[in-house]
Design a protein around this ligand. Structure first.
Ligand code: DQA
Length: 147
């Protein structure tokens, strides 16, 4: 089973940016932990991060026929990007949207995710552990689809 992990804008700054909200772990550290647990379950991960909306749309389109599911944190684009939502709807793969912070507890403009409507489910507010939770959920959903 192959899963694409897609990280949106400013997530390359994890460990530096607003640590009181996002914690001290870098994106590389989060990815290392995910890789370790994925390997134990025979899951292959493909990591991608971009600060550019169009690059994220391109990456989602490439997922068609190449991966079994998508784990995505569209970051700030969650609140604005119809293009990312449309790309997720177009490829129509099992998808979990992850937010490190609880977006419903934050500023009003973060409380709506445009992209979430194209996801199978959303995990928000559990810190970097949310990626791990998302991976477990996605692995389960993909195995059900494949069965
Ligand atoms: C975020 C929440 C977004 O509102 C924010 O723009 C981010 C990260 C999160 O993971 O909590 O960059 O997606």
């Amino acid at each position: 089973m192959k899963i694409a992990v897609i990280q949106g804008p400013n997530l390359n700054m994890l460990g530096i940016r607003e640590k009181h909200i996002y914690g001290p772990m870098s994106l590389e550290q989060i990815h290392e932990q995910m890789k370790a647990s994925a390997e134990q379950n025979g899951v292959e991960l493909e990591f991608f991060q971009s600060n550019l909306e169009g690059e994220i749309v391109d990456r989602i389109q490439e997922c068609l026929g190449t991966v079994d599911g998508i784990l995505i944190n569209p970051a700030a684009f969650s609140h604005t990007s119809i293009a990312i939502k449309d790309a997720l709807s177009a490829v129509n793969l099992p998808t979990v949207e992850v937010h490190i912070s609880n977006i419903y507890k934050r500023e009003e403009f973060r409380q709506k995710s445009v992209t979430a409507g194209a996801s199978t489910g959303v995990i928000s507010g559990f810190g970097p552990f949310g990626y791990h939770m998302g991976l477990i959920a996605l692995t389960q959903i993909v195995s059900e689809v494949k069965a």
